[in-house]
Design a protein around this ligand. Structure first.
Ligand SMILES: Cc1cc2nc3c(=O)[nH]c(=O)nc-3n(C[C@H](O)[C@H](O)[C@H](O)COP(=O)(O)O)c2cc1C
Length: 288
């Protein structure tokens, strides 16, 4: 399956059938980690697949919005050594795992982590590395019974049943600016490389904490800047994971032409771009 197809198909599923993952599927997921795309390839990571029947009970109250972890047949815990940008790298890898699961038709949902040590303790994971992401996964229930996520604030999140399934996202048009903050891109004027156009579209479909999509892209000549909002509703780690997830979607498409090599942080010289005070430039790279 091509990356764009997986990116468009991926969605969070929060209700699972009582059917365990087959050993073959678990093997395939484990074998995927070394092949998964990495933002910082030098950072050592492990993937722990937890299938114990009581794992959901143990995790309840420990991970997920309002401590809800959906009693899935399996939990995938990504463990990472601590290093510069290890959270962004974890978000990047986890999104690639989500796309792999999408291809395997295994339903899944991210669970926010408040305390990585508590997660390791609950799931009896012994590792020196930090538990950085968790995916609840299994075979999802039929669409009509899917839980809808209504987000008001992190402490006021409700899950209701709904018919449709797609979480509304801001469009690529609202997410990308050209030359200056707020200046819309003229996508149809022939000035935009078609692959870059697709990469931004893919980036706009990434999962994000509370679906808040806290990032915006700004094109400054052939330089792509990623700006992120520091907002109260999202804790720092989730924002960093969101950055990784949107960058994975972008890179999965853009790297079809050339290697995408993000520099983390700000290149400087961005003062005159009109970037609002609550946003900061967190990554950039030069498109050839
Ligand atoms: C870092 C991160 C943490 C998340 N934590 C949770 C969570 O704890 N519980 C949950 O139900 N969904 C969680 N999600 C999933 C988002 O709510 C979901 O991606 C968003 O609502 C958009 O929906 P979609 O994934 O179907 O496109 C998380 C996503 C990310 C990227």
């Amino acid at each position: 399956m091509k990356y764009m197809e997986k990116i468009e198909k991926r969605k969070s599923i929060r209700e699972f059938r009582n059917r365990p993952l087959e050993a073959k599927a678990i093997e395939e997921i484990r074998a995927f980690l070394p092949q998964a795309m990495k933002l910082c390839p030098g950072i050592d990571v492990d993937l722990c697949v937890v299938t114990k029947p009581d794992a959901g009970d143990k995790l309840e109250g420990v991970a997920g919005y309002r401590g809800k972890c959906f009693h899935a047949p399996a939990y995938l815990v990504l463990l990472s050594e601590k290093a510069d940008f290890y959270m962004e790298n974890a978000g990047f890898i986890t999104e690639d795992i989500c796309l792999k699961l999408t291809e395997m038709e295994i339903s899944h949902c991210w669970l926010t982590i408040h305390d990585g040590e508590a997660v390791k303790k609950a799931l009896h994971i012994e590792s020196d590395k930090e538990a950085v992401t968790i995916l609840a996964c299994g075979y999802g229930k039929k669409e009509r019974t899917k839980k809808r996520l209504d987000i008001f604030t992190p402490s006021n999140v409700s899950f209701r049943e709904r018919d449709g399934h797609v979480a509304p996202k801001i469009s690529q048009d609202e997410m990308v600016f050209q030359s200056r903050w707020g200046k819309k891109v003229e996508w149809d004027e022939g000035g935009m490389d078609p692959l870059l156009d697709k990469a931004f579209y893919a980036a706009s479909l990434a999962p994000s904490f509370l679906n808040r999509q806290p990032y915006r892209y700004l094109l400054q000549g052939n330089r792509v800047l990623l700006c992120v909002e520091n907002e109260e509703m999202t804790n720092d780690n989730d924002t960093l994971l969101d950055i990784g997830a949107t960058l994975l979607n972008f890179d999965a498409i853009a790297s079809q032409q050339d290697r995408v090599d993000w520099s983390m942080g700000s290149p400087g010289g961005t003062k005159d771009l009109g970037i609002p005070g609550q946003y900061e430039v967190v990554a950039y790279y030069d498109w050839e």
